[in-house]
Structures are given as C-alpha cells and as structure tokens.
Design a protein around this ligand. Structure first.
Ligand code: XMP
Length: 516
C-alpha cells in the first residue's frame, strides 16, 4: 500500500461513504468495506485505524450484523459511530437496550456536552450541536471505558477507552449538522491513529489515469456525456488516459434546461475531443407518455439512454471489445441502494439494461467513490475551466423528475421558461455562487387565481434552492425575499399556465433535493 489506510466497515448506514469522504478530506486515504470482509484480509490491509459505521439494526437482535471480538485484540484504534458504537459496547461486554421512552430515543439536532480532555474532543468547545439518530442506548458501558459526552436526554453519548484507542459516539460526526464533526474525525485520525496525512487529489488523479490506461489497454471508450460536472471531469480524465480513442456522446432528451443543449455543444466544440450530439426528444417523450411514477420515469430514461449509447456505438464502430464510461459518483450509487442501505431513488446511470451492459467489454465508472466537491477538485487538477467545474448539478433524467405527474412537451416548455427566469433572477442578484443548486419544479397542483379581472385555474410552481457541499445532506437556501419576489412576479406574468409560486423550505434529510 502506497498510502496510510483507514478502513470504514459498513454496517448498512445511509451515510457511510460520507465518513470516508470526511476522512479523505483530512488527507488520509480511506476505503469502505462490508462488515463481512474476512478478518484476515482486513488485517492484511494494515489499516492505521478502523471506523465502524451506523446501521439500521439493533445489536441485541440475533440477525444483527456482528464482528468477531478478535478485531479488538490487534492494537488498531477503532471509532464506532451510532450502531458501530453500540456494537463495540455490546461486543466488549457492555449492555445495549431499546430506549424505554421517547426521551432516550434521539433524532435530529441535539445539544451535546463534551469532555475536552478526551483526545476525540480535544480543542473543541465544551458544548455543541450533534446529529443523533438512534433508538437504542447503552445501559452499561464496557469495562475500561469512560463516558466522554452527554446530552440532556442521554448520559452515554460518547465512550472512550483511551489506553486501547477505542472510541464510540452515538451521534454522526460525518454529517454537516454536527458542529465540529470533521474536527472530531481529524482528532481520531491524527491524535489517536497518528496519521501523517499523505493523500491528495493529485495522487488520485495520477493513479486513476494509470489504471484506466491499463484496463482499457488499446481499446476505445464511448463516454455518456451529460455536460454536467461529473461527466465533463470524466471526459478530461479519459482524454488524458487514452486521447483520441475517446468518443463523447451527448444525448439531448428534450428535457434539458433552456438553451442547455446548445451550451454543452459549444463548450465541447472548443475542446479537442470527439463530441457527438444526439437529438432524441421524440424518442424519450414518447416512452414517457402517461407515466407518473417517479421510479418508473427514472427507469425508462435510464434504459433509453442505454439504447441510444448502444445505437451510437454501432454507428461509430465501437465494438464489444471496447468500453462504455459513465460519470457516476458516490451519491448516485448510495442513494440508488447499496449493501443494506435503503433505495431512496434510482439515479439514471444505475439503470442501464443488461443487454446494453453486455454490448460492451465493460462499464467504467472511475468516479464512483467521489463526492461532488471531490470531483470538482479533480476537475481543477485536470485543468478544466472554472465555469465547467463550478456548474450547478443537473440530474440525468432532467426536467422529467421536476415535472410532478406525467411529462408532456407542453409542461417541459412551461417549466423551462419558469426555471430560466428563476435562474436569471438568482444570477442577477449575485446569488448563483452562494447556493449549490437551485431550480423550479412544476407541481401537479392547480389552484384558483385572479389575473386582471378574470379567474385563472393554473399550476403551482415550486422554487427550490439548497446549500450543500456533498449533496448527501443539504439545507434550504435563505435566498433574499426580494430575489424570490422578483422571480415570482416575472414567472406569473411571463409564463402562461402558472398562477402561483411557492418556495420549498425543507432540508435534506428529511426531504431530498429533487422532488422525484
Ligand atoms: P437528491 O434528489 O437525491 O439529489 O437529493 C442529490 C443530487 O443528485 C442529483 N440527482 C441526479 N443526478 N442522475 C443524476 O445524474 C439522477 O438520476 C439524479 N437524481 C438526483 C440531484 O440533482 C442533486 O444534485
């Protein structure tokens, strides 16, 4: 192993890769492995530290995921998070029980008090908000451990056995809602595991280019290009690895934002890459006709993308010895369902039909461990222009998942106009760089309005703006009222079919960023 390694053992929590992402952010290389990974392999990987993730189970249940106690005899520091903390307590002789009443069950932002003499909380304020999500609690902590954090409802929020280097926290330090969560992970890595911080995005870039060259060998690659950040960065990475053996196929499915198809084409024509645009509006809209279910829309779009790529591969003589590449990133993988985690929504690039996959020698997804902001860093590393690196994300299924209910061309046109006005007003006020993603959603709700002297019965448009770094959790953006007002006034006046505008003030969780 070229780098110091931390292993995150996955017990099925929703945000496990976030932990890995935070560790890498601290300059330490990290991989997520299933908790079933054989102990011998785990030991052979020689990690400087291990982190047990959260998970949906309860440790006292018979079928709950467990880990052999032997792992605690190696002398490797371990940090247990939520379920991981309870598992550590349970395995080492403590007692974990279901919380008897609601007060011991904790969910959401919780004021927490830390013992700052503990290495984990060293240098932190003595109190802060932590993000809790647990319904079990530690009735007895194992021998050798002491309590190092508490909340009003729970005396046992964090435990530590500093001699053996074992730490457990009931809350989630990896999510942004926990104040100083990253600092706690940094403390675990540097104060407990004695990391030196030898991992950078430059290394990732060099290693990935080298391994792509080896894997593709003399073959060609068809890249599924949406023009968004992820696939653009992947285009640059593949161009670096294989030069003109790369063909980038951009599918305009008729569900892009206003002018987007032309903008993507213009951006890529400036580049020295083989770029192909396929106009497929008719093809996608006819497949989507009458479909209302969000997952079904996603499935149809994902499959149709695949069929277009297969057709284009035929057209350009790309054979079954060549590869298909997608800019899949980690949130696409995790939210589409992985391991024991729930399916939240299937991202389009997880839905390629098997016959399309079989058409190629393999599907390359070299960004599938990265988060959006890491992809952006990689883009800069590869010398991509800032306007491409900083583009706000746009989902592959496009406006189809921002039109609630059945998709029609008329609705897509209405939404395109309204969305363009919102984006224009946000940019005019200089807020485009302050928020991570903002867009309009055409709801399926109609309501009564009055225009001039006449009654209207038209659709409600929702505006959404979020701030986030990783898109796994997000807060709703506090866009100034004046900007919302300007957008709302223009939209109801300029876009036929909309007579009411609302602003979405929910964070993720519990909502998601897109409405479908
Ligand atoms: P959610 O709605 O899951 O969105 O909170 C998180 C981020 O992912 C984007 N998104 C997608 N991107 N294909 C994509 O390429 C998809 O199917 C997809 N669904 C959601 C979304 O725009 C946000 O940035």
């Amino acid at each position: 192993m070229e780098h110091e390694l931390v292993i995150v053992l996955d017990f099925g929590g929703q945000y496990n890769q976030l932990i890995a992402r935070r560790v890498r952010e601290c300059g330490v290389y990290c991989e997520v492995k299933p908790y079933t990974m054989p102990l011998a392999e785990l030991k052979a990987a020689d990690p400087i530290g291990i982190i047990f993730t959260g998970g949906p189970s309860s440790v006292y249940l018979e079928d709950a995921p467990h880990i052999p106690a032997e792992i605690f005899t190696w002398g490797v520091p371990i940090l247990g998070i939520c379920y991981g903390c309870q598992l550590m307590a349970h395995t080492l002789g403590g007692q974990v029980v279901p919380a008897q009443d609601d007060s011991a069950r904790e969910y959401g932002k919780t004021k927490t008090y830390y013992d700052t003499s503990c290495k984990l909380f060293q240098g932190l304020p003595e109190a802060g908000i932590s993000w809790m999500s647990h319904s079990d609690y530690m009735a007895r902590v194992p021998e050798g451990f002491r309590l190092v954090a508490h909340s009003a409802a729970c005396p046992n929020v964090a435990i530590a056995d500093e001699t053996r280097g074992f730490y457990g926290v009931q809350f989630h330090p990896e999510v942004n809602h926990t104040e100083n969560g990253s600092k706690m992970l940094h403390n675990f890595l540097y104060e407990v595991c004695h990391a030196s911080g030898d991992w950078t995005m430059g290394d990732f870039c060099r290693r990935t280019v080298a391994s792509l060259r080896e894997q593709i060998s003399g073959g060609r690659v068809l890249l599924a290009l949406s023009g968004g950040v992820d696939s653009s960065v992947l285009a640059a990475l593949l161009a670096e690895a294989i030069g003109d053996r790369l063909t980038c196929v951009f599918v305009d499915h008729g569900l892009m934002r206003k002018n987007e198809g032309d903008e993507v084409e213009a951006a890529f024509q400036k580049w020295d890459v083989h770029f192909v645009r396929v106009n497929a509006e008719e093809r996608f809209l006819s497949k989507l006709a009458g479909v209302e279910d969000p997952q079904e829309k996603r499935r149809i779009i994902g499959a149709e993308f695949g069929y277009v790529f297969r057709d284009e591969a035929e057209r350009f003589g790309i054979t079954d010895q060549d590869f298909l590449a997608q800019g899949t990133i980690y949130p696409d993988v995790i939210e589409s369902g992985k391991g024991d985690a729930d399916v939240i929504k299937s991202h389009h690039n997880r839905l390629l039909p098997p016959e399309v996959v079989a058409r190629f020698k393999g599907v390359l997804e070299p960004l599938d461990l990265l988060f959006k902001d890491e992809v952006r860093q990689l883009g800069r590393e590869l010398g991509l222009p800032e306007y491409l690196v900083m583009r706000q994300p746009f989902p592959g299924p496009g406006l189809a998942i921002r039109i609630i209910g059945a998709v029609t061309k008329a609705k897509a046109d209405t939404l395109r106009e309204a969305d363009a006005i919102f984006r224009e007003e946000v940019a005019k006020a200089g807020w485009d760089r302050k928020i991570s993603q903002y867009f309009a959603v055409l709801t399926n709700t109609r309501s009564v309005g009055v225009m001039g002297d006449g009654r209207t019965y038209d659709y409600t448009l929702a505006l959404r703006g979020v701030t986030t770094t990783d898109f796994m959790t997000a807060d709703w953006a506090r866009i100034p009222y004046e900007v919302l007002d300007a957008a709302s006034t223009r939209i109801v006046n300029e876009v036929k079919g909309i007579n009411r505008v609302v602003y979405d003030i929910t964070s993720k969780p519990p909502a998601t960023i897109e409405w479908e």
